[in-house]
Write a new protein. Structure first.
Length: 105
C-alpha cells in the first residue's frame, strides 16, 4: 500500500475536552481479546470521516495544541501518530498484536 492510499477513520468527540479517535479503516467494528484485555474498535466511537495520512498528521498536530485526548488503534494509525509526534513508542501497547495508544496531553 502506498503512502498516498493509506486511509484512516477519525472521529472527534467534543465535551469538556476533545477526544480524537483514530483507527486503521480495516479494524472498524472488530474486537480483540488477549487475557483480561479487550480492544473493541466500535464504529460509533471511531467512525465519522475517512482521511488520508497527510491530513491525519495535520489533524493530530492541531489537536495536540488543544490539549486533546487521543485514542489511536492500528499499525498505520500508530505510525501516523509517531510522525505527528503526539506519542512515542513507549506509549504503545497491543492486544492480539494490534497496537494502540491512549494519550492524555
Amino acid at each position: 500500500m502506498s503512502e498516498q492510499s493509506k486511509r484512516f477513520s477519525v472521529k472527534v468527540h467534543r465535551s469538556y475536552r476533545e477526544v480524537v479517535a483514530v483507527c486503521d479503516l480495516e479494524l472498524l467494528g472488530k474486537k480483540f481479546e488477549e487475557g483480561n484485555r479487550q480492544l473493541y474498535v466500535r464504529e460509533n466511537f471511531f467512525k465519522e470521516e475517512e482521511i488520508e495520512e497527510e491530513n491525519l498528521i495535520k489533524l493530530l498536530k492541531k489537536y495536540r495544541g488543544n490539549d486533546a485526548t487521543f485514542n489511536i488503534v492500528g499499525k498505520e494509525s500508530i505510525t501516523a501518530a509517531l510522525k505527528a509526534e503526539i506519542i512515542s513508542k513507549e506509549n504503545v501497547g497491543s492486544v492480539e498484536g494490534i497496537p494502540f495508544a491512549l494519550i492524555l496531553l
